[in-house]
Design a protein around this ligand. Structure first.
Ligand code: FAD
Length: 466
């Protein structure tokens, strides 16, 4: 890995912007097919939204992406690289805090009033039926795409769930699972995302669901392993500000550096594309696409204790709340149970609210809420690690960009459509495993194949843009 400040002039067949899962995969695949590549990363590290934080004794906690389905693209990629998966702890009671009380439950169905539960259940079944009609590769071609894309998930919820508790449960699961309020997302977007997690209920389920598995050694390590064969072609501290297309070359520039190539892959989160200047300007449709997609909102807390003491009290460490901004808690302890770690998610509008508070105030509220869930000992952690993804200049929110009404049917096909020598990758550019590690890898492979198909000659590094 090189520092771009020591390499101000770079030439390669393909310049790849952004070294998350998507950019790392694209660069690695292109290099494997014989192209020379330059992978440019604005941060001083690789991984993007994959960020594993060391906590000593060779162990890590995940500040970014964490969970995967066993049959996902990322799980298969990890298995091929010899990276093992480990199970998330899921024994004992879970907690749900409704507007009125804190209740224990077991299994996959939270304990709210039976009427509200039945009300919610019929809506969840309806979503399951609807999502099956959404094609994986092209959600905008679903039979009722126009209708489903014209409505927010919240207005759908209000029409289809009558009880207040049922609606609140729907809001909580969507905010915790997708990082945005249901009033901001289209029904079609939620249906497609449910397909990506093997079903709507699986989105927020541990055993048998999307939260069951993690990568041993961390998700960021998987990015590093994917990028292993392009380590020497990877440049950090390379904040790309401008992309110019000439007749046969592209020029990619940032403070103090210039990279030229025959093609460029832009593998940054789709809403951040608007921060790059393009010459000539991008077509109006592409600009509007970027303006209409917004990053979700999440702050992730890792709260460390000397041991996972809640397990001895018969608790799984999972808690969800209608009332508290600390929407969801999971046991994030390493596989051997030492130290004890609670992973806390603050998502959607609650994340904006909490981010605006003084750091000491929000930590105090967090300690109190954990005390309410797991007793006085939970109020005295050894350490609290806070990761506010909205404050990260090269991510600006998470878990992914979400699609408002009208987005998919208007712009869906354009998400991956190349513009001249510019190609697009990233978790937001593919409907398959959308917004997730697997989608990012899938997009990196797709774009590498697209470029391999379009570049007729092999390496050509002689022409220079005037
Ligand atoms: C808290 C959190 C929890 C998540 N949980 C999960 C989960 O459990 N399972 C799951 O599958 N997914 C999860 N995700 C989503 C997952 O992390 C992303 O979908 C995936 O990592 C996206 O990869 P990417 O390569 O498309 O984008 P990114 O990882 O965002 O990579 C883009 C890269 O581009 C760089 N960049 C940006 N602008 C520029 C520029 N101008 N010049 C140069 N470089 C630039 C960035 O620094 C970054 O490294 C989570 C994300 C977060 C943040």
């Amino acid at each position: 890995m090189r520092d771009v400040r020591e390499h101000p002039k770079i030439e390669a067949d393909v310049v790849v912007v952004g070294a998350g899962f998507a950019g790392a995969t694209a660069a690695s695949e292109l290099a494997r097919s014989g192209r020379s590549v330059a992978l440019l990363e604005a941060r001083d590290r690789l991984g993007g939204r994959a960020l594993s934080h060391p906590i000593g004794a060779g162990k890590i906690v995940e500040l970014g992406c964490e969970f995967h389905l066993p049959d996902s693209v990322n799980a298969r990629t990890a298995a091929a690289l010899g990276i093992a998966s480990e199970k998330v702890y899921d024994e004992g009671y879970k907690l749900i805090e409704t507007e009125r009380r804190l209740t224990r439950w077991k299994g996959s169905i939270p304990r709210i009033s039976p009427i509200a539960l039945a009300d919610f259940g019929q809506a969840a079944l309806r979503i399951e039926r609807m999502r099956r009609a959404v094609p994986e590769e092209a959600p905008w071609t679903a039979p009722h795409a126009a209708r489903w894309d014209s409505e927010t998930m919240w207005s759908w919820t209000r029409r289809n769930i009558r009880t207040r508790e049922g609606r609140l449960l729907m809001r909580l699961l969507l905010e915790a699972g997708m990082g945005a309020a249901p009033s901001e997302m289209s029904v079609l977007h939620v249906l497609n995302y449910s397909n990506c997690t093997n079903g709507f209920r699986a989105m927020t389920t541990i055993t048998g669901g999307a939260l069951e598995n993690r990568f041993a050694g961390g998700a960021q390590n998987l990015v590093l392993r994917i990028a292993e064969n392009v380590t020497a072609d990877t440049y950090v501290n390379a904040h790309v500000r401008r992309i110019e297309q000439g007749d046969d070359r592209v020029r990619v520039t940032g403070p103090g550096f210039e990279a030229t190539g025959r093609r460029v892959v832009v593998a940054v989160p789709t809403p951040l594309v608007g921060r790059i200047d393009f010459a000539p300007s991008l077509p109006e449709t592409r600009t509007r696409l970027t303006q209409r997609m917004t990053m979700g909102a999440a702050i992730k807390y890792l709260v460390l204790y000397d041991e996972p003491f809640w397990r001895r009290d018969g608790m799984s460490g999972m808690a969800i709340s209608f009332r508290s901004p600390f929407r969801a808690v999971l046991d994030g302890s390493p596989a051997d149970g030492s130290p004890g770690v609670l992973t806390v998610f603050v998502t959607g509008p609650a994340a904006h609210h909490i981010a605006a508070m003084e750091p000491s105030r929000r930590r105090e509220l967090l300690r109190r809420q954990l005390g309410r869930y797991f007793g006085a000992r939970a109020e005295k952690p050894q350490e609290i690690i806070e990761q506010n993804w909205m404050a990260e200049p090269f991510t600006q929110g998470c878990y992914h960009g979400y699609c408002p009404p009208g987005f998919y049917t208007e712009y869906g096909p354009a998400l991956k459509e190349p513009i001249g020598r510019i190609h697009w990758a990233g978790a937001e550019t593919v409907p398959v495993e959308y917004g997730a590690m697997g989608g990012a890898i899938y997009s990196g492979r797709r774009v590498a194949a697209e470029i391999a198909g379009q570049m007729s000659t092999k390496s050509s590094t002689t022409a220079v843009i005037a």
